[in-house]
Write a protein that binds this ligand. Structure first.
Ligand code: NAD
Length: 257
């Protein structure tokens, strides 16, 4: 039986991933603020350490998969927390659990980025650079100086870029661990519902072009992509960022490939 660690397992996309993995006979170790095997707050160092310690205790000697899915949306205040959860919380799990993955069977890890990483103007700037430099204090400071949409997009751009930089390294690909990312578009979850209710973000989300039927995605559609990247069907995927967004990224950046 494969053992998969899944952050953000209590809601939305994470809950859909859990359902699918459990249906396929996997053992899921959820990490979340509530309703999970490991209840921990990934927004700070103490919570991340607790999460890692409890996962290690439950997992035993190996892990076969990891999905870093926990995240908060652009509407969240304070904005500094967006960086701490979406980027530094994700990296802490990916880095911290890599040695256990290296002992797993056909191990794979998937980070949940977003198409806002490539679409949102201003994502690629000092904030993403501070993340990639590992400077959480500076990233948190810069996040408070910018708007929520930019802070969110920067956190997701940095995460996707981290995946692409790390995936080919000896400790990941060289150790036989496949590392990839998904970049969802707008998906009907509590995170999106909160955004839709926001006075500024609501209109922006509703106005966003989605070529495939103009509809928001369903969590199950993102879960299918994540489970593909975890599976042996994706055995030659390494460092990929898979857009699952109804065509929004292709529409806005057709010639970037
Ligand atoms: P959601 O709010 O339904 O689920 C997010 C989960 O993360 C929740 O269970 C929450 O408790 C958990 N979480 C939040 N902060 C945490 C913390 N500090 N420590 C531990 N767990 C924490 O949202 P969702 O839409 O399912 O989002 C899942 C991922 O998908 C996020 O990373 C999000 O940024 C990304 N995403 C979502 C959309 C979308 O439109 N829904 C689009 C692109 C990317």
């Amino acid at each position: 039986m494969r053992t998969i660690v899944l952050s953000g397992a209590a809601s939305g996309i994470g809950a859909a991933v859990r359902s699918r993995l459990e249906r396929d006979g996997c053992r899921v170790l959820g990490v979340d603020l509530r309703d999970a095997e490991v209840v921990a707050d990934l927004s700070d160092a103490a919570g991340r350490e607790r999460a890692l310690a409890e996962v290690r205790a439950l997992a035993g000697e190996r892990l076969d998969g990891l999905v870093a899915c926990a995240g908060i949306g652009p509407q969240f205040e304070p904005r500094s927390r967006i960086l701490s959860v979406n980027y530094f919380g994700a990296i802490a799990l990916l880095d911290g659990l890599r040695p256990l993955l290296a002992c797993g069977e056909a191990p794979a890890a998937v980070a949940v980025s977003s198409n806002s990483a490539t679409i949102a103007p201003g994502a690629d700037g000092p904030l993403a650079a501070a993340c990639l430099a590992g400077d959480e204090g500076e990233a948190r400071r810069l996040a408070e100086e910018t708007d929520g949409a930019t802070a969110y997009a920067a956190s997701k751009l940095a995460l996707a870029r981290w995946v692409r930089r790390q995936a080919t390294r000896p400790e990941w690909a060289g150790a036989g661990i496949r590392l990839n990312a998904v970049a969802p578009g707008a998906v009907r979850t509590p995170l999106l519902e909160e955004g839709l209710e926001h006075p500024v973000f609501g209109a922006a989300i509703r106005g966003f072009p989605i070529p495939l039927g103009g509809r928001f995605g369903r969590p199950e559609q993102i879960a299918a992509a994540i489970c593909f990247l975890l599976s042996s069907d994706a055995s030659f995927c390494c460092g990929s960022v898979l857009f699952v967004d109804g065509g929004s990224d292709a529409l806005l950046r057709a010639d970037v490939c």
